[in-house]
Design a protein around this ligand. Structure first.
Ligand code: AMP
Length: 382
């Protein structure tokens, strides 16, 4: 296997694919975790005498040059964190050049192999070797992730290597009990991972907006809560699979509801059996949070993806906080999967070091756990 250490980079130009897809608010970076996670590979390459062309994406501009999705603020933060100049878009005298958002070009994400490959050929002209370190994008068959490494000597970066090692611990003989906690908005995003993990875990706890499809599938009234009605039959099957496999499926017993999806909408605590018809569930209740925490703390391996409620609104952040706290107390390995979940725990005041591992890639780690082949890892020989 190609490794970063054995790749000849001294005096070479390295195309480094990073994941610098950070959350922005009014042009300001609100969580720079992904930039920080990219630093070890950047400094490794610079220390070994390479110069860098960094390619990355931000958001989903769908082939349009949207100013609000420019990587300019990222270039500035990167320069601050490295205490050295970073050229942006045009090469100056710096050792590092950050290209503009690769997704401003439709070819980056094109489904047409020819289009992507032509773009990859242009990118290949910018460098002598390729290092793939954008873990958050390895599940995408994109030009800079999948096609470009085939054109240059290549190796995975430190971040991609570390992410894969952790995910291997979760998939190859994990220490038991093995628990998984899933939340977030949509069940549709997580059907694949739920169904694969049901063959592997001992306990599965479900909260967040997606839980209401589970409660509806169990015959409960869910008021105006988020629901994916078309998935109720699938979710019924998942519940039956959990039963037949002996997986303990933990669903909330109490719910914090409010009349509207608003920060200051008045919260009320109700039983999960009695959600009023004109109210929506915006968090799991304290009894449920305590039950989830107790299950988490019994485990030796825990994976968590997706908030338990609308944690962006302080009144509905309690469930997510309690689950995050329980993960910090696991006597074993605790993994927070995903950019959004990672940003959530940092926003709630937890430190990265409180957890066993915080993955930078939500979609990528879920697809890995689903057992899928990830194009960006395949391209790097991983
Ligand atoms: P995801 O990207 O699927 O992980 O979803 C994250 C989003 O789910 C966050 O922005 C939360 O605000 C949202 N969310 C969590 N719980 C709920 C809920 N009960 N109702 C609506 N949205 C929710």
């Amino acid at each position: 296997m190609n490794s970063l250490a054995s790749l000849d980079v001294a005096g070479k130009r390295v195309f480094l694919r990073c994941d610098l897809n950070v959350p922005l608010k009014n042009g300001e970076i609100t969580d720079d975790g992904r930039i920080r996670a990219s630093l070890p590979t950047i400094t490794n390459l610079l220390d070994r005498g390479a110069s860098l062309v960094i390619g990355a994406h931000l958001g989903r501009p769908k082939g349009e040059a949207k100013p609000e999705l420019s990587l300019q603020p990222v270039a500035e933060r990167l320069s601050e964190l490295l205490s050295q100049p970073v050229d942006f878009i045009t090469q100056g005298s710096a050792k590092i050049l950050l290209l503009e958002n690769l997704r401003f070009n439709t070819a980056e994400t094109s489904k047409e192999d020819g289009e992507r490959s032509a773009f990859a050929k242009d990118l290949a002209k910018l460098a002598d070797v390729y290092v793939g370190d954008g873990f958050g994008a390895v599940h995408r068959k994109h030009a800079s992730v999948y096609d470009l490494p085939a054109l240059l000597p290549h190796a995975p970066g430190n971040l991609v290597q570390a992410e894969v090692e952790v995910l291997k611990k979760l998939t190859q003989s994990p220490q038991r009990p093995y628990g998984v906690v899933l939340g977030g908005a949509k069940v549709s995003d997580k059907i694949g991972v739920i169904s694969n993990l049901l063959t592997k875990v001992d306990v599965m706890a479900i909260g967040g907006g997606m839980v209401f499809t589970f409660l509806a599938a169990s015959g409960k009234e869910i008021g105006t809560s988020l629901v994916e009605t078309d998935l109720i039959p699938t979710v019924k099957e998942l519940i039956a699979t959990a039963q037949s496999k002996g997986v303990k499926l933990v669903l909330p017993t109490d719910i914090v509801v409010a009349p509207e999806f608003k920060q200051d909408s008045a919260p009320t605590l109700v039983s999960a059996d009695e959600i009023p018809e004109n109210q929506m569930g915006l968090d799991i209740g304290p009894e449920s949070a305590a039950a989830f925490a107790a299950e988490i703390k019994k485990c030796k391996t825990v994976f968590w993806n997706g908030p338990m409620g609308v944690f962006e609104f302080p009144n509905f952040a309690h469930g997510t906080k309690v689950v995050a706290q329980a993960l910090t107390e696991v006597d074993g390995i605790s993994v927070v999967g995903g950019g959004d979940s990672a940003a959530a725990v940092r926003a709630l005041g937890f430190k990265d070091s409180d957890f066993g591992y915080i993955s930078t890639g939500g979609g990528a780690s879920l697809e890995y756990l689903e057992g899928k082949v990830l194009p960006g890892l395949q391209a790097l020989g991983l």
